[in-house]
Structures are given as structure tokens and as C-alpha cells.
Design a protein around this ligand. Structure first.
Ligand code: NBG
Length: 864
């Protein structure tokens, strides 16, 4: 039985000598890599024939898409292979970004932009008589994330490659991504997302690097040959992790990093007694169980359910990734003791934080390192990003469940905790309450392990994702850790990639900006500042408005296609898209809509700036209240859109299945961006940045990164409303009484009463009662307290919108001042302050730009 211990040995692959390579260099004629329109056409037809096995006459849209994707892939393999070879040769320090989610979005368009061949490819496809946009649209979205956290990981990979930082993204290749959302009678229904059904042309399976992962069983102790006390883990289940690699191209660089996602497979032979008793069906069942691990993404955003399968997933990908990193380390001849010099591991939230215990296990149990050295290396390896202030999102695992699945890790965590609490006792003698608060083990109720504490302790740096968030971590959520280790805490305000959320998604605005200030801004977003000079320029303003209007027209026709609703592109497009959560307060927006509607009902001739309200976003399938809010939006839309009194002044649209692809259509078409969470709840937000970058003005609270957006764009160019975090704390402390607001504000009362009366639910007074009760009696997110301020601020928005020149100027200034929110800036800060890593330039020999493989020097080409 070989599974009990592993000591990866350096790879002893053989390689063709250089002269052989030169003689037999994979001679690829230009059409395999050439960038001319003629080469591209030829390659496309070839791939259609040889990869899809189709003549054009029989090919489906999807065949065409696949043929095109392979054509592009051929052209990026040069970058990918050379990058891997360079990193291997130099043993480069590498960022390992551990994340349970990567919400990548479609790859085709993005890769065309990175390679700067968008226009040629479009021409080639159009020449062949095909609709290029339709092919782009054909790509199923890899929905391997829930929302902001997963999308942030994707933006960061883009910036890491663009900044030429050696990086491996490590995660899970979920067979089913985030569910597809549909509506039935206004209620959300979920459908399985079978994104891999037709194949994924961007990934390459690497079965040669599969690894074993153990689960369950028990531990035994023994004395080694030097009489030292040792522990061996005897698992009762083994699962194989098989990596699939996806290239991540930098923008206009030769760098192509790797996103390595793990799939769970059952081992081919079952070595254990339970699998060995001729129980064939049992063995097949075990196979199904193993493969379940990477089946499905947990569809919860900002909350944790404490389910065993989830912990299994987390340990699975972390164990695979660390073991893969040891393979790379030793394969490059770097000594074990330099692991933390070779790799900087970022823990994206607590999801991968079990890595702290796993690295300790590898170093202590497998490599027999002494505890103190192992712990010091561990702490020098990891850094942890916290993404939430909500207690329900801070993961805790019941000790009992944890011990059943990972018995050795539980022992290690007890030992880590033991030593940690000794340290606390020395720093704060006699402070028992503090010990209980800091302990990795939560003793209240069912004993559980606090993963955020493990992450803080095992990392050299802990960061929040916006200035306010980091302050609140220090003062509140992690305040005891801050008192212990103040030097660990840093802020890294989130960022977004302008390549996807501007260049790809808003081509016209990109062109206009580039005509004025050149194209350097795409890599140095601060350069957008130069646009300030044109903020008052009438001609430029006119062009600016035309582009916005064009984007709104495109969106209007999409809305009509999807919903049948006709919306007026001249109306204000007021957009609220994000995951559904009570703290994000989609229902506050709804209270505003109903307020306007009531005003029309009371006075049908009232003057009103026409608005199109656009919603998008999914609710976690088990989050009942969020689903009820979705139902209410659809119900209100149904009434408002049909009421002849409204005369088109208000339209309410709910676009189903909000995802990256849809997001790319929405941001460029928005006039107003709604960022209306309760102050102190949203860690950062990143949608807020994408809107502002695309020239939408924000109405928002002082929450998350809104605070910094307002600071950057200027208070005059931001619509602020609502309580501050401090005021929210005070109000809560002094006994908040939402009913008081309800009773003393007639307009608010009418809104609530209308919902309660069944006006939007065909007389059904029961359906929305839980929502109404929650608002009037409890209102944990302070909607009623913020209502008047919000509605007043919206009047200010209307007033400004009616002054086209003023609005356009504000829009231009928003774009000009959003350079700070580039993910390049954020990643540069991580590199300088947390990872201490330098770029590695990948030299693509010029002849290789169109003839591959002729310049390989025989070094291993394993992406590392
Ligand atoms: C989310 C926060 C957002 C933040 C993203 C990315 C989780 C746990 N957190 O405010 O809610 O923008 O992370 O940092 O999904």
C-alpha cells in the first residue's frame, strides 16, 4: 500500500536534446499560429474539420465556436509554454492564489483582447460569412463562483499576468457552477449549470500530475529510528485529484500564467478492505462518492452552512495544491526549507484556511521537520484576505465533524492552539475572557473550530478589502487578533480589471478615450486623469452621451428580447445588480419605486424624470427572505409595467441569471449605480467600481469601497445618503424602533401598507407578510431609518439628470478619477507589501511569435 506517505521525488522526465529539437522542431506552418486574416481563416476551417470533425455545412454554432476557440488557443500556447519554461528555468518566486471560487467569465473575447488580435479574428470570421458576435455569445460561462469574491480572484489573475508576476491560481473544477436562475410566477427557480457539457476548449487535463488525497480514519503514534515521537495518519478513504490547467494571458505581454483547478476522481484500484471484499457495487458507489467532491459549487455568498461536503471540498483542493507545489519545488531542485521563499500563498477568505494545518502536517509528519521550524515556515508562507464582516460568513466547523474527516488535522490544530494560548497568557496575564475569545476552539454551544482564527494565526499578514472594512476588522471582528499582532494587519482596497470591464465590454468608450489620451491607460489606469481636461468640452460631452445612448439602446433591445418589455433608452437607466442579501437592501430600492408609483397614482399628471429600473442577481437557494424579495420585485414590476396611469414613466425590469456576461452589457449602459447597503456591512463591493469606471454615477451609503469612490471622484460627483456605520451602531445600541418611522412618515406608511394590502399580489395578504413584519418590527438592516434620506437623495439625482451638461461632466469625472480602482493597483500593493515578489519578464523569441516550438532549449516545459 503506497498511500500512507508521500515524498514526491524530483521528476525524472527525459527531454529531447536541443539539436534533436532543432532538427525535428514541430514544424508548424503559419496557419497554426499566423496572425494574418488569411492564416486565421485557414486555421479556423482546419480546426472545424480536424477537431470538431465537421464540414461547414453540418457544423453547429457551437462547432464554430469550438473551432474558433482552438484557433485562438493555438496562438496562445507559445506564450504559455515559454512562460512555464522561463519560470522553471529560473525557479521564480511564485504567488499561489488559493481560492474556492474563480468567476472567470467567458474566455474567448478576453483572450483576443490580450493577444491584440480581436479585429483580425473578427474580420476573418465575418469574411467567412459568420456572425462573430454570435460565436462570442456561444461560449458557456464558467460560473465557478458566487459573486464578488470569485470575480475578484479572476480580476487578480488578470492583473498578475499583466504585471508579469509568476502565479498559479489553485481551486476546484466544479462540474456544475453557480445555478442558472429562472423565474416561475415571479419566484426564483434554480437549474443545474452544466457548463462542461459541450466541452471546454480552454483547459488541458494533466493526469500526469494527479495526486492522492486522504480522508477519515485515525492516527497512530510511533517512535522513529531516532526514538522521536511521530504520528501517522491511517485514512479510510483515498481520492485522486486531477489537475486541469487554463492559461491566463497578460494584456499585451508574453506572460501566460496558469489557473490549475482540481477534479476529484476515484482511485483506479481500491486498496482498502472495505473496497476489497468483492463488493463491486459498493466500490462503484465509493467511486460516485469520491467524484461528488468536485461536482457542485456551494451557491452561498457571504454565508456558511457548515456542511461536511464543503469542508471536504476545501481540504481536497488545498491538499492537492500544496502537494503540487512540493512537486514543483523539488522538481526545480530547491530545498524543502525554502518553500516559503519559492511560494507566497494567498488565502482568499477562510475557505482554504485548512492549508495552515495541512502544511504543518506535511512538514512535521511527512518531512520530519521540527515543530518550531515548520511553524515559522508556515507563518512565512501564508497571508489571509478577509472578505466579510457578517458573522454568519465566518466559517466554523463542529469539532466532531472535523475530527471524523481530518483526525490528524484536528490534533495539529489543538497543538497550534495550545501553543498560541500560552503566548496569549504571557501577553495578557489572567485575562480568561480574552483567551476564550481568541481560542481556535469555540467552546460555546457545540464545540467548533474558528477558521478565521486559524487563518489569522497561520499567516504573516491579514488584510481587509476596503479602508473602512479593514478598520472595522481591527476595531470589531478581529479586534483581539489586532491587539495580539497589530503588525499583521493591512488594507488592500479591491480593484477590477479594465481589460474586461472596459476594453472588452465597452469598445466604443474605449475608442473615444484612446483617441483623446492614447492607449496607455489600459495598463496604467491612473492615466484616465487626463480626461479631466475634456470634462467641459461640449463636443467631447456630445460624443460621450452618444456612446452611453448607444449602449443603452443595445441593452434595451436585449431587454426586449429577454422579457418582451419595451424600455426607452432616453429614460434614466437606474441599475441594481448583485447577489441578493438583506444587507444589500434591494428592497430599499423597491420602497423607492413604490413611492414614485404612489405619487403617480395620487397625481397622474405629476412631472417625473422617466426611469428604467433594472435589477439582476441570484439568491442563495436556501435563503428564503432573499427569494421573497425577488418575488416582490417581480410582482411590483408586473403591476407598474401594466398600469396605464404610469404612461411609461417607470419601467421595472428584472433580468434573470445575472452573470459576468450579462454584467458586461449592463455596466456600460447604466446611468445610475445603486450601492445602498447598510453602512458597516458590505466589505468592499466591486460592482460599484465597474459602474463608475463606465461613467455611471453612484447613489450610495458610506459603506465598503463607496467611501473611497466618493473620495476619489469628489463628493460633488457622488450621491450620498443614509446613516454612517457609527450612527447605525448608536441607533442599534439605543433601541432602534422601525415602527416609529413607519408611523410617522405617511409616504413610507403608504408604501408598506400597499404591499401588505395585497395590492401587488392579487389580493394575497399573506405572501409578503414575513417581509413586512421583519421591516416594521425588527428591520435589522435599517431600511426604514434610511428611507427618507434615500428618497430625498433620489430627488437630487432626478434634478441633476435633467441637466444634461452637468450630468455628463460628472460622468466624465467619474471615469477620469477611477484609476485607483484598477486591479493592477491592488495587485501591485499585494506584491510590494505582502508577497514581496518581483515581475519576471518572459521573452518570446521574435521568430516564435509565428512559429512555435522551434526555440525550446530542452528545459522542462511544465507550467509551474
Ligand atoms: C465579498 C464581499 C464584497 C467584496 C467581495 C470581494 C464574500 C464573503 N465577500 O463586499 O461581500 O467586494 O467579497 O472582496 O463573498
Amino acid at each position: 500500500m503506497k498511500h500512507s506517505a508521500f515524498v514526491p521525488s524530483p521528476q525524472v522526465d527525459q527531454h529531447l536534446p536541443n539539436d534533436q529539437l532543432a532538427q525535428h522542431s514541430i514544424s508548424t506552418s503559419n496557419y497554426r499560429t499566423g496572425m494574418t486574416v488569411a492564416d486565421l481563416k485557414q486555421a479556423f476551417l482546419d480546426n472545424l474539420f480536424y477537431d470538431q470533425g465537421k464540414f461547414p455545412g453540418l457544423a453547429t454554432q457551437h462547432d464554430y465556436y469550438m473551432a474558433l476557440a482552438f484557433t485562438v488557443r493555438d496562438r496562445l500556447l507559445q506564450h504559455w509554454n515559454h512562460t512555464a519554461a522561463t519560470y522553471t528555468e529560473r525557479g521564480s518566486r511564485t504567488v499561489a492564489y488559493f481560492s474556492a471560487e474563480f468567476l472567470m467569465g467567458p474566455q474567448l473575447g478576453k483572450n483576443l483582447i490580450s493577444l491584440s488580435i480581436f479585429d483580425q479574428v473578427k474580420e476573418a470570421i465575418t469574411d467567412l460569412g459568420l456572425d462573430f458576435e454570435m460565436l462570442l455569445d456561444e461560449e458557456p460561462e464558467p460560473g465557478l463562483g458566487n459573486g464578488g469574491l470569485g470575480r475578484l480572484a479572476a480580476c487578480y489573475l488578470d492583473s498578475l499576468a499583466t504585471l508579469e508576476i509568476p502565479t498559479l491560481g489553485y481551486g476546484i473544477r466544479y462540474e456544475f457552477g453557480i445555478f442558472q436562475q429562472d423565474f416561475q410566477e415571479g419566484w426564483q427557480v434554480e437549474k443545474t449549470d452544466k457548463w462542461l457539457r459541450l466541452g471546454n476548449p480552454w483547459e488541458i487535463k494533466r493526469p500526469e500530475w494527479e495526486v492522492e488525497v486522504k480522508f477519515g480514519g485515525h492516527t497512530v503514534t510511533y517512535r522513529d529510528e531516532n526514538s522521536r515521537y511521530r504520528v501517522r495518519w491511517i485514512p479510510d478513504q483515498i481520492v485522486m485529484g486531477v489537475p486541469y490547467d487554463t492559461p491566463i494571458l497578460g494584456y499585451q505581454t508574453s506572460t501566460a500564467n496558469t489557473l490549475r483547478l482540481w477534479t476529484a476522481e476515484a482511485p483506479e484500484s481500491f486498496n482498502f478492505a472495505s473496497f476489497n471484499s468483492g463488493d463491486y457495487l459498493g466500490a462503484v458507489y465509493a467511486k460516485v462518492i469520491s467524484e461528488n467532491i468536485s461536482k457542485v459549487l456551494y451557491p452561498n455568498d457571504d454565508s456558511s452552512q457548515g456542511k461536511q461536503l464543503r469542508l471536504t471540498q476545501q481540504y481536497f483542493f488545498v491538499a492537492c495544491s500544496l502537494r503540487d507545489m512540493f512537486r514543483i519545488l523539488l522538481g526545480q531542485g530547491i530545498p524543502l526549507e525554502r518553500f516559503h521563499e519559492k511560494f507566497a500563498v494567498q488565502l482568499n477568505d477562510t475557505h482554504p484556511s485548512i492549508a495552515v494545518a495541512e502544511l504543518m502536517r506535511l512538514l512535521v509528519d511527512i518531512y520530519h521537520m521540527d515543530w518550531d521550524q515548520a511553524w515559522s515556515m508556515t507563518q512565512r508562507t501564508f497571508a489571509y484576505t478577509n472578505h466579510t464582516l457578517l458573522p454568519e460568513a465566518l466559517e466554523q466547523w463542529p469539532v466532531e465533524l472535523f475530527g471524523r474527516l481530518l483526525p490528524r488535522h484536528l490534533e495539529l490544530i489543538y497543538e497550534i492552539n495550545h501553543r498560541f494560548l500560552d503566548e496569549v497568557r504571557i501577553k495578557f496575564p489572567g485575562d480568561e475572557a480574552r483567551l476564550a475569545r481568541l481560542s481556535l476552539i469555540n467552546d460555546r454551544g457545540e464545540r467548533s473550530i474558528r477558521m478565521a482564527h486559524l487563518a489569522c494565526l497561520g499567516s504573516h499578514t491579514v488584510n481587509g478589502v476596503a479602508a473602512l472594512h479593514t478598520e472595522l476588522l481591527k476595531q470589531d471582528v478581529l479586534t483581539d487578533f489586532y491587539a495580539m499582532y497589530p503588525h499583521k494587519f493591512q488594507n488592500k482596497t479591491n480593484g477590477v480589471t479594465p481589460r474586461r470591464f472596459m476594453v472588452l465590454s465597452n469598445a466604443k468608450l474605449t475608442q473615444l478615450i484612446t483617441e483623446k489620451i492614447g492607449d496607455q491607460w489600459i495598463k496604467s489606469l491612473d492615466q484616465l486623469q487626463q480626461l479631466e481636461a475634456y470634462a467641459d468640452d461640449a463636443e467631447f460631452q456630445e460624443a460621450w452621451r452618444e456612446i452611453k445612448l448607444g449602449c443603452k439602446r443595445d441593452l434595451a433591445s436585449f431587454i426586449q428580447q429577454q422579457t418582451g418589455l419595451i424600455v426607452d433608452p432616453q429614460s434614466m437607466f437606474d441599475v441594481l445588480v448583485k447577489r441578493f442579501h438583506e444587507y444589500k437592501r434591494q428592497h430599499l430600492k423597491l420602497l423607492h419605486i413604490i413611492t414614485l408609483y404612489n405619487r403617480i397614482k395620487a397625481n397622474p399628471d405629476i412631472e417625473m424624470i422617466p426611469r428604467t429600473f433594472i435589477f439582476g442577481g441570484k439568491a442563495a437557494p436556501g435563503y428564503w427572505m432573499a427569494k421573497l424579495i425577488i418575488k416582490l420585485i417581480n410582482s411590483v414590476a408586473d403591476v407598474v409595467n401594466r398600469d396605464p396611469d404610469v404612461r411609461g414613466r417607470l419601467k421595472v425590469v428584472f433580468l434573470k441569471n445575472f452573470n459576468v456576461k450579462l454584467a458586461q452589457q449592463l455596466y456600460p449602459a447604466a446611468d445610475l449605480s445603486e450601492q445602498i447597503s447598510t453602512a458597516g456591512k458590505e466589505a468592499s463591493g466591486t460592482g460599484n467600481m465597474k459602474f463608475s469606471l463606465n461613467g455611471a454615477l453612484t447613489i450610495g451609503t458610506l459603506d465598503g469601497a463607496n467611501v473611497e469612490i466618493r473620495k476619489q471622484v469628489g463628493a460633488d460627483n457622488f450621491f450620498l445618503f443614509g446613516l454612517t456605520t457609527e450612527q447605525v451602531y448608536d441607533l442599534r445600541g439605543n433601541g432602534y424602533c422601525p415602527r416609529h418611522y413607519y408611523e410617522s412618515n405617511p409616504e413610507l406608511k403608504l408604501v408598506i401598507d400597499r404591499i401588505a394590502s395585497g395590492f401587488f399580489s392579487r389580493g394575497d395578504t399573506a405572501v409578503f407578510k414575513p417581509l413586512i413584519d421583519s421591516l416594521v418590527n425588527d428591520d435589522p438592516y435599517f431600511l426604514l431609518a434610511d428611507f427618507q434620506s434615500y428618497v430625498d437623495c433620489q430627488s437630487q439625482v432626478d434634478l441633476t439628470f435633467s441637466d444634461r451638461t452637468a450630468w455628463t461632466k460628472m460622468s466624465i469625472l467619474n471615469v477620469a478619477r477611477s484609476g485607483f480602482f484598477s486591479s493592477d493597483r491592488a495587485i501591485q500593493e499585494y506584491c510590494d507589501d505582502i508577497w514581496r515578489i518581483e515581475p519576471v519578464n518572459v521573452d518570446l523569441p521574435s521568430s516564435d511569435r509565428d512559429s512555435p516550438a522551434s526555440k525550446l532549449d530542452g528545459s522542462p516545459v511544465a507550467p509551474s
